[in-house]
Ligand binder design. Structure first.
Ligand SMILES: [Zn+2]
Length: 351
């Protein structure tokens, strides 16, 4: 059999889908996509897109596979935990065995303002597989500045939400969520848990949007903010289209890319000789220690007064002590690795 006929057979069930067809499959095969984050959302996204035949997939993640990931991160197994595999590499290895006709590029990196443009500039579409708002605002800035579509997705507990952003045509993330939720204001997977099927549904929804965009069927995309709760069996579609006209959005209207330019976001400094890292975040309102303490209590020991909150936790065999200030700044004792500190901050405090 020729390569063409093998490929025709491989994608035969997909080309029969109305709206895709042979021409759509050709577009999918010639397309390039970056998946930012390869955890629960990212593994489901990568799985769908590799099987669908997206010609080039870049998978970016900073973490290594841990045992607590296996409950929902569908591309990983116990051998990846034992061999301490980076998530992006483990995902690429699995998916190369699934589809050898596409190119997969795993990148082990923390996505920040210094690398995001390079990661996104040579692709047709950006997919959000991250677990924090800071990177999402950065993706939003990058996507709007480059004029590329992206699909937002998030899930925590039993809830999920997603929206599709076509810069200039639909509202961007900042049109809808003007300011990012502060530390302690949103649940994280660490303290609220996450239901595997809820993440899989959100990521599958994102993957379907991705295929519509790649085949050029923009009229079929979701133009609302879609939220669901898999435990309560509820879903809502929030109309957001008018926000594009109504809001003088700093990002997509004024083209001020504050996350890309570093006016927002996290700064980290290793505190020399103290085995500690300071993580600071510019934020407009003060932290609410009452709600942050409630969020942290299941994971460790918490005490606070009006000036600071102390939080002790053991994580992956290491003991850490967080000292958190009302402005969102934290000193994390127990490491001098700034990336580790950022990860710990995102995991326990969230964005
Ligand atoms: Zn906007």
């Amino acid at each position: 059999m020729s390569l063409d006929s093998i490929l025709a057979e491989r994608y035969s069930r997909q080309t029969r889908v109305p709206g895709i067809g042979k021409a759509g499959q050709e577009k999918i095969s010639n397309s390039r996509v970056v998946i930012c984050g390869c955890g629960a959302l990212g593994t489901v996204l990568a799985n769908h897109l590799a099987r669908a035949g997206v010609g080039f997939l870049r998978i970016v993640d900073r973490d290594f596979v841990e045992i607590s990931n296996l409950q929902r991160q569908v591309l990983f197994d116990e051998s990846d935990v034992i061999s301490n595999m980076p998530k992006s590499v483990a995902a690429a290895n699995k998916l190369r065995a699934v589809n050898s006709n596409i190119t997969i590029e795993p990148i082990v990196a923390d996505i920040d303002r210094t690398n995001i443009l390079e990661l996104c500039s040579d692709v047709d579409l950006i997919l959000d597989g991250t677990d924090n708002f800071e990177v999402r605002y950065l993706i939003n800035d990058a996507a709007v500045s480059l004029g590329k579509p992206w699909v937002f997705g998030g899930a925590v507990g039993t809830e999920g939400q997603t929206m599709t952003i076509l810069p200039g045509e639909t509202p961007c993330l900042r049109c809808v969520f003007e300011a990012s939720p502060g530390p302690g204001e949103v649940a994280t997977c660490e303290n609220a848990g996450v239901l595997g099927p809820a993440v899989a549904v959100v990521a599958s929804f994102q993957a379907a949007e991705a295929l519509k965009i790649l085949v050029g069927k923009k009229e079929a995309i979701n133009r609302e903010l879609y939220t669901l709760d898999m435990w309560l069996n509820t879903s809502r579609r929030i109309k957001i289209a008018r926000l594009l006209e109504k809001r003088d959005c700093p990002c997509c209207k004024q083209r001020k890319f504050e996350w890309l330019e570093g006016e927002h976001g996290t700064q980290t400094t290793s505190l020399c000789g103290r085995n500690a890292v300071q993580v600071s975040q510019k934020r407009s309102s003060k932290l609410d220690f009452d709600s942050l303490a409630k969020q942290l209590q299941p994971s460790g020991t918490v005490s606070f007064n009006k000036f600071l909150l102390k939080f002790q936790v053991s994580d992956n065999g290491g003991g850490f002590e967080f000292t958190i200030f009302p402005d969102g700044r934290a000193i994390i004792k127990g490491t001098d690795d700034t990336e580790r500190a950022r990860t710990l901050y995102a995991k326990y405090i969230g964005y």
